[in-house]
Ligand binder design. Sequence first.
Ligand SMILES: [Zn+2]
Length: 305
Amino acid sequence: MPELPEVETVRRGLEPVMEGARFVRVEARRPDLRRPLPRDFVKRLEGKTVTGIGRRAKYLTVDLSSGDVLLMHLGMSGSMRVAMDGTPSRGKQARAARAEEAPGDFHHPRSVTLPHDHVVFHMSSGATVTFNDPRRFGLMLIVPRSELSSHPLMRKVGPEPLGNAFDAGVLAAACAGKKTSLKAALIDQKVVAGVGNIYACEALHRARLSPRRQASTIAARGGAPNARAHALVDAIKAVLNDAIKAGGSSLRDHRRTNGDLGNFQHHFRVYDREGEPCPTPGCNGTVRRIVQNGRSTFFCPVCQK
Ligand SMILES: [Zn+2]
């Protein structure tokens, strides 16, 4: 499943071709995604202009001139493909989009229709944005902007790990009193948004903390952060920033919107590296795999305490 860096990579790919552009035509080819598309999906998009593209946790939020937000989740296997139409509509926006694609990043031959292309946006920038999702766990909803933060999918989502509001105090407070493992706490979206199995393993290794340690041990009595909480927050921010720089990790289906693969998987220190030597300088440990809450955890039992 894509985690924060993969979703952020997709957001950055969509921004130059969607922001400021209008939905000229929307095709909803297969309405039965994880949740059915809203009945008036096409009507609420066509003719509206995108005023901004954001991300909250693993969701993309597309702000519309109507005051609605198009909320999108890539699910397990979803991807967005951008193709530039040869005949963009006239206007400043189209020119801007053409200028932005100059490096060639988003320039592809007129795309063929693939099976599992479920939703297609034809934008006034000349871009065609196609949502492809073989397993159909993805999701597209339209929610009034004023109701977004109280929406059931958003209401309980914790702080953004790359935001200023996320620090050792916040993480320690969320973990204080938690009897679960530290790994389980990190992938809990209520504790911190957008971190999943891969980046939880990688952050714990960087912070040299055992995934099996009880979550509450990063807080002092009373909930104040200790040195472990500070190290862990620094590690989470660092690994997410490094992964975004690398275009995310390509496991199974994650692709950037231009079809390229992200390459952070080549920089994993422990994830999917069972039996390999621990990369921590001076450590002679071997990466182990254990199963926690039904998910694989990779860690070094020597330097992660
Ligand atoms: Zn080690």
